[in-house]
Design a protein around this ligand. Sequence first.
Ligand code: PMP
Length: 409
Amino acid sequence: DSVFAHLAQAPEDPILGVTVAFNKDPSPIKLNLGVGAYRTEEGKPLVLNVVRKAEQLLVNDRSRVKEYLPIVGLADFNKLSAKVIFGADSPAIQENRVTTVQCLSGTGSLRVGGEFLARNYHQRMIYIPQPTWGNHAKLFPLAGLSVKTYRYYDPPTRGLNFQGLLEDLSSAPSGAIVLLHACAHNPTGVDPTLEQWEQIRQLLRSKGLLPFFDSAYQGFASGSLDADAQPVRMFVADGGECLVAQSYAKNMGLYGERVGALSIVCKSADVAIRVESQLKLVIRPMYSNPPIHGASIVATILKDRNMFDEWTVELKAMADRIISMRQQLFEALRARGNPIEDHFRTPGNWSHIIKQIGMFTFTGLNSEQVAFMTREYHIYMTSDGRISMAGLSSKTVPHLADAMHAAVT
Ligand code: PMP
């Protein structure tokens, strides 16, 4: 008998499991709105032109070899990634107070940051929003941190529970780490306003709480890299310390290349050097050093003024298509008889679809309604009612609107 014979069958991942179920469905009208990956109007995955161009340059460069990268990754990639998130003229970068290491996309950056904190920081408690991306609650405990939640989403208004957020973070123990979504909060699509961010910043700084930003959607929310980085830059501008996990999965469409970065902003250049030395001790026994291809694509694009500009144009086009899907879905639902004036009544007001930001709409549909839509309409999404707007097209909006309308009436 196998030495593993006692193993129970583990459940599918709640997000990736949606695609497993979708793939098994033979229906020709099936629609996968579960996975957070961009699709074109034709429903196809997209490789950016500028990425193809960068890959061509890399392939043609015979001087490129397959040697190991350093433990911290590709130097150009790290330097340029810091500029993308903190701004090209960031004083923190100029003062050499930022250390950046290449990691395995956003997830790997969060994990390395978590382990670094568990080993080197006096407070092990990390506060994550309620709700949040499901992997946060799984990866931080494995990194050695203990997870608590702070109130974030307000179901009745389908907006931010700002009072609850302030209360919960006010009562956090001094020094606690606070996970913040830099923009386009997943799964709710609800972000604080800049005024609210400023209050959050003041609270965190006055209580000595340590901000850890998860930036998985920079540029994807508004279409502008700089606008989406505003909250992070507010926290860096005050001279305080923070961590940022960056992902190029969405904004450069490099999902499977696993390319991201962890930056730690420190009070001084001297501390930043020692922080980096400790990050290497976390990374070396975990995966030794990161892969070269994805980071080379990113560095090639970020280094070249024209390619960088081309990227921002393609990025904005993705963001704009998503924003237009929100508008189309909202109008399709309204046409089916859910007037916007119908505040808080069943079948309800769908205006949150156009108010929310980023890749996802948190529809407010419950797990029974989701199950109904999957059963009757072959529409797949996570059971919390989150739908990926990037998986929609003008052709599929009517089908989704029919299903949502039927689910609530
Ligand atoms: N954080 C959030 C909030 C996300 O939505 C995602 C992607 N779903 C990630 C991090 C990490 O993604 P990746 O590891 O693919 O960069």
